[in-house]
Design a binder for this molecule. Structure first.
Ligand SMILES: Nc1nc2c(ncn2[C@@H]2O[C@H](COP(=O)(O)OP(=O)(O)OP(=O)(O)O)[C@@H](O)[C@H]2O)c(=O)[nH]1
Ligand SMILES: [Mg+2]
Length: 253
């Protein structure tokens, strides 16, 4: 019963992807359990089987400790770590083939605080993988794309779990743009060409150097285009996820 954590910047499509991919898995006869790990979620596009909001209530924290919404979210992110045993029990009791975990809206609260890696490590003893979302609309610009590569490398460096990379919301951009972005991930030359053609001055220099720094880290990945509205690409995610989990290797793709 492996766990796949869905991660990405705020609004990158984590929750809708969790909804669409879990539905897709159910249609292909897989027994899936869905976990909501976002204590600040007001409305979710799926019905969670396990919900952190049963244990941590952001509204209560605001009231009790006289915090604003952001302060309460930070406190909530850390309090989730205290609920690991409860959440692990809930997940174990679900007896699913695969567990999808929707992570908190603001990625930094999960990835860049001590509690995030602790939660990923301690939440059940099962195998783990991360699915990192690149927002397609944001990624059309090579500078934004490179910044997101940097963020995904930083996330990898926090969790050291197998990491899949997804280009989300591809239904919102022209097909040729989606193909171009995917080709940047497959071939650094293509990305370099786009940087040379479409950026200038400091932006060009910055993007080129940042891209080279990431390449030097040896982090290679392929972006898989996906739409949670049309289900395009879900089959690729499933195949790649299965391959990574069966190999159990620590690498990114
Ligand atoms: N067209 C289209 N819209 C999408 C897709 N995925 C997400 N969206 C929209 O993008 C917005 C953000 O999606 P969410 O799934 O809430 O993203 P999130 O990363 O969970 O956001 P937070 O948890 O609030 O940070 C919503 O309006 C979604 O309907 C997609 O594949 N296609
Ligand atoms: Mg969300």
């Amino acid at each position: 019963m492996p766990l796949a954590f869905i991660i990405g910047t705020a609004g990158s499509g984590k929750s809708l992807f969790t909804a669409a991919f879990s539905e897709w898995l159910r249609m292909s006869k897989q027994d899936v359990a869905v976990v909501n790990l976002d204590p600040g979620a007001l409305k979710l596009p799926y019905q969670p089987d396990i919900d952190v909001r049963n244990y941590v209530d952001v509204g209560d924290l605001m009231e009790k400790y006289n915090l604003g919404p952001n302060g309460a979210l930070i406190m909530a992110a850390d309090l989730i770590a205290d609920e690991i045993e409860n959440l692990t029990r809930d997940i174990d009791e679900a007896h699913a083939d695969i567990v999808l975990v929707d992570t908190p809206g603001q990625m930094e609260l999960f990835a860049f605080r001590a509690s995030g890696p602790y939660i990923v490590n301690e939440l059940t003893k099962e195998q783990k993988a991360l699915i990192y979302l690149f927002d397609a609309v944001f990624s059309i610009n090579p500078l934004n794309y490179v910044s997101n590569m940097f963020l995904s490398a930083a996330v990898y460096n926090r969790f050291f779990q197998p990491q899949l990379h997804v280009l989300s919301k591809v239904d919102l951009i022209p097909k040729k743009d989606a193909q171009a972005i995917a080709s940047w991930s497959a071939n650094p030359r293509e990305l370099e060409n786009a940087i040379e053609q479409r950026l200038e001055g400091t932006k060009r220099l910055f993007s080129r150097n940042m891209m080279q720094a990431i390449n030097k880290l040896g982090l290679k990945f392929l972006l898989m285009p996906v739409s949670s509205k049309t289900n395009e690409g879900m089959i690729n995610i499933n195949t790649t996820l299965e391959r990574i989990l069966s190999e159990g290797e620590k690498y990114t793709t």
